[in-house]
Design a protein around this ligand. Structure first.
Ligand code: SAH
Length: 374
């Protein structure tokens, strides 16, 4: 082992930081502008390719900086449905990112948007009982550079720009707050990736204090709440985060959000048979959605191997939706398997490497035998 620090990713650096580093190296400031342009406009995969920099400077930069810190391990799915990219990070960990192509059927024939669902952490600490992503627990936060690079990797692979970003991949974005907001600034910046703030949605399991903090973030990004339960007993059962931030506290944060923001809130609500799909839940959800003027996105649960949950019958899904719409709530119900953004993203599972290659993490015993395990 050497004590050399891992090189920093240029994709996670603000121009001011690049400039400070260049000056610290005794080089003129204008070099920073060139480096930033090679990184974000020309998207070079290697500092070596920054050909208007002196060779000696490139060599010195290469000791401290990189333009890529991950590689595509596998791509699954097809170009006309969803494509899942398994990305290998420089410490050997993996994250997934999902590209959901333009699907006119989903957007009333109008949209040609390509949406990328990005991860914010390796694993997740929040332990939602229905979710595949947290099954093997939490490993680490992604850096701002690793968040930004997911877009760069996918755009390089497909040769097409991503129009829309949702932070609905693996991890809890608001638990990685400073890297998340830095990544969003870089993704939004003209000199950076150039995606409009209104085309970025942060999804959270309901970290109330961080929602309050994000309300002061100047960019007009959208916020989605993974609600999944309209009362504390139901939400407590499936989302342990609710014990820390119960609905009253969450809704206080949402009111604070609304007081400062113009964009509508979205509630994600997965319908799980006999867990949260009663008409009583629908009525409570309608009331809650109206109280903070939120749209509701109903998602029939996608079954996860090893977990006991099921999706309700279509009849039951329709009845649930009907309660919402007749209460005047804007709500959608999307059944296309694998197409719905949250559903496709909710399937991300931590992968790990073994001598035989990449395998899906084993499901810990405690997840299926409540109270069992250690
Ligand atoms: N931690 C954040 C970001 C993850 S978003 C959050 O909770 O919002 C991933 C979305 O997919 C969430 O709305 C999550 O609740 C949902 N999801 C997880 N497992 C799912 C499944 N099996 N079927 C459908 N949606 C699922």
């Amino acid at each position: 082992m050497t004590d050399k620090k891992a090189p920093q990713s240029l994709l996670g650096m603000m121009p001011g930081e690049v400039e400070a580093l260049i000056k610290e190296m005794g080089e003129p400031g204008f070099r920073a502008k060139q480096v930033v342009e090679w990184t974000f406009v020309r998207r070079v995969a290697d500092i070596e390719a920054m050909t208007n920099l002196p060779k000696a400077l490139r060599e010195r930069l290469k000791e401290r900086l990189v333009t890529r810190s991950m590689s595509i391990a596998t791509v699954s799915g097809s170009a006309d449905t969803t494509r899942k990219f398994l990305l290998k990070l420089n410490d050997g960990r993996y994250v997934e990112t999902v590209l959901i192509p333009a699907n006119p059927a989903l957007y009333g024939g109008k949209s040609d948007r390509r949406t990328l669902c990005v991860s914010s952490q390796v694993g997740c600490a929040y332990d939602c009982k229905f979710c595949a992503s947290g099954l093997a627990g939490f490993t680490r936060n992604l850096t701002a550079g690793e968040i930004v690079e997911q877009i760069v990797q996918v755009e390089a692979h497909t040769g097409e720009r991503v129009d829309n970003l949702v932070f609905m991949g693996m991890g809890e974005p608001l638990a990685n707050f400073s890297n998340l907001v830095k990544a969003i600034e870089i993704l939004n910046a003209e000199w950076g990736i150039g995606i409009g703030a209104r085309h970025m949605t942060v999804s959270t399991s309901g970290l109330a204090p961080q929602i309050q903090k994000l309300a002061d973030f100047p960019l007009q990004i959208r916020l989605a709440i993974s609600l999944h339960g309209a009362s504390d007993p139901v939400r407590n059962e499936i989302m342990p985060v609710n014990r820390k931030y119960p609905l009253a506290e969450l809704f206080e944060a949402l009111e604070a959000w609304n007081a400062k923001r113009k964009q509508f809130l979205t509630f994600e609500f997965i319908l799980i048979e006999d867990v949260n799909d009663s008409l009583d839940q629908a009525r409570m959800l309608a009331k809650r959605a109206r109280s903070v003027n939120a749209k509701v996105n109903l998602i029939p649960y996608n079954t996860v191997d090893g977990l006991p949950w099921k999706r309700p019958s279509e009849q039951r899904q329709d009845a649930f939706l009907e309660v919402l719409t007749s209460a005047g709530v804007t709500a959608t119900l999307r059944r296309e398997k694998g197409h719905d953004i949250a559903a496709a993203c909710g399937q991300l599972r931590l992968k790990q490497e073994t001598s035989e290659g990449i395998i899906e993490s084993p499901i810990p015993e405690k997840r299926i035998t409540i109270g069992g395990g250690n």
